[in-house]
Design a binder for this molecule. Structure first.
Ligand code: C6P
Length: 419
């Protein structure tokens, strides 16, 4: 695919830079209710650039067969494409080895895998698991289920009204019964970027494994799992310009090696008799059955896309746009931001006087502006802020200042309609 649309002489601060990137996303070139689409829902699922669509199409049209199973040419090509994607992901997050990269269907499955396998081996009655008040349900419910099964105790790091976690409370919680910490890197409901390195260091100092939910981090900032020094890191392809149904569980090899298999079936075995099964090596031991091959190929292409743009440029650009959007939204009378942490990613959650978030979302849609409304799978966050739901605009690399201006205009329309 052509790279000429991104000129190296343009700075990521330039609107033209972002507009050029936007042109790589065919879906954005359409009208909704007769208005040009303004897509501000990338935290739910980002759109795919042409290069990702083309990579998946090429794979489907030329290379598809099952992986790791055949000597024939297509199976070998499919295996190369699949394992090539694993290597791309490894490089992207700087894992030491591809055996630490487990393909899963998404963040949700990655966390469930750890809760299930780690839980089976390491969690006993009275043990403690630490999460935080700002977790997505995917990083609450699997641990709750594990606690119920194994009679363990869930402990929750409190947060304040800005949407920042209480680090001292966390330190006080880390105790002799703590078996694992599972923490959001970036909150999908608030945008808070947690200082996870600090949290990891404190857990590791006590020999306690820590999982980071990186679903909202990986698309927006550089992530280096060795620098973070975390034990597990999970994320989804579809939030980082890749396909749905594919995600990654990174695990420190020494820990992954101790996990019992998550599911049994093909590909995760070396030899099977009715008496005993010999399991495969990592990462295959944790990947039972035919995987999402085209999804992995698309994820690899998404990694290529982000690396071509430069993840530092992505971060710089989105931070600049976040500052612009925050100032613009805060100038709207009656609008209250939910989530005002000092370090935030491009998530703007808000409520408005006399307007239910659902009505805000519906009116915005008639103006061509797509935002998410609801509890964002973070009901404890809503409960904390005493709101049933929020409207949430979330940024992607294709968003421009013009998109924010249209959002603000559309919110003026909400005020006119709802008073
Ligand atoms: N958040 C949102 O609109 P899956 O569905 O497995 O790809 O990702 C789950 C998940 C886990 N953790 C965080 C921090 C997330 O943001 C999400 C997905 C979407 O905010 C859909 S609810």
């Amino acid at each position: 695919m052509s790279t000429s649309s991104i000129s190296p002489i343009l700075s990521p601060d330039s609107e033209t830079w972002a507009e050029n990137i936007r042109r790589e996303f065919p879906i954005l070139d359409q009208q909704v209710h007769g208005k040009p689409l303004v897509f501000l829902d990338s935290a739910a699922s980002s759109q795919r650039p042409r290069s990702v669509i083309d990579a998946v199409t090429w794979y489907e049209e030329h290379d598809h067969a099952n992986v790791h199973r055949g000597v024939h040419t297509l199976s070998q090509r499919a295996t190369d494409a699949f394992e090539g994607a694993r290597e791309k992901v490894r490089g992207f997050i700087n894992a030491e080895s591809t055996s630490e990269i487990v393909f899963v269907s998404g963040t949700t499955e990655g966390i469930n895998l750890v809760a299930s396998s780690f839980g089976q081996k390491f969690i006993a009655e009275g043990d403690e698991i630490i999460i935080s008040h700002m977790e997505h349900h995917a990083n609450i419910v699997p641990w709750q289920m594990l606690c119920e099964r194994n009679k363990a105790v869930l402990r929750v790091i409190p947060m304040d009204e800005r949407g920042e976690l209480d680090y001292q409370a966390y330190l006080d919680m880390l105790g002799p019964r703590t078996r694992i910490v599972a923490l959001n890197h970036v909150s999908n409901a608030l945008g808070t970027i947690n200082p996870v390195k600090q949290y990891v260091a404190a857990a590791r100092e006590k020999g306690i494994p820590i999982l980071l939910d990186g679903a909202q981090a990986v698309p927006h900032m550089p992530v280096d799992v060795r620098d973070l020094d975390c034990d597990f890191f999970v994320f989804s392809g579809h939030k980082m310009y890749g396909p749905t149904g594919i995600g990654v569980l990174y695990g420190r090899k020494s820990l992954l090696e101790q996990l019992p298999p998550y599911q049994g079936g093909g590909d995760m075995i070396l030899a099977v008799t009715f008496e005993k099964t010999l399991y495969n090596e990592l990462p295959y031991r944790l990947e039972a059955g035919t995987p999402n091959i085209s999804g992995a190929v698309g994820l690899g292409a998404a990694v290529d896309f982000l690396q071509r743009i430069g993840i530092d440029n992505v971060q710089r650009r989105e931070q600049e746009l976040l500052a612009y959007a925050t100032t613009a939204l805060e100038s709207i009378p009656g609008l209250r931001m939910i989530g005002t942490a000092s370090h935030k990613a491009g998530v703007l959650s808000f409520v408005m006087e006399r307007a239910h978030p659902h009505d805000i979302g519906t009116i915005l849609d008639t103006e061509g502006v797509a935002v998410r409304t609801g509890h964002h799978c973070a009901m404890p966050v809503m409960e904390y802020f005493k709101v049933p739901a929020t409207a949430r605009a979330s940024l992607g690399i294709y968003n421009t200042r013009a998109d924010i201006d249209k959002l603000v205009e559309a919110l003026q329309r909400v005020r006119e309609v709802l008073g």
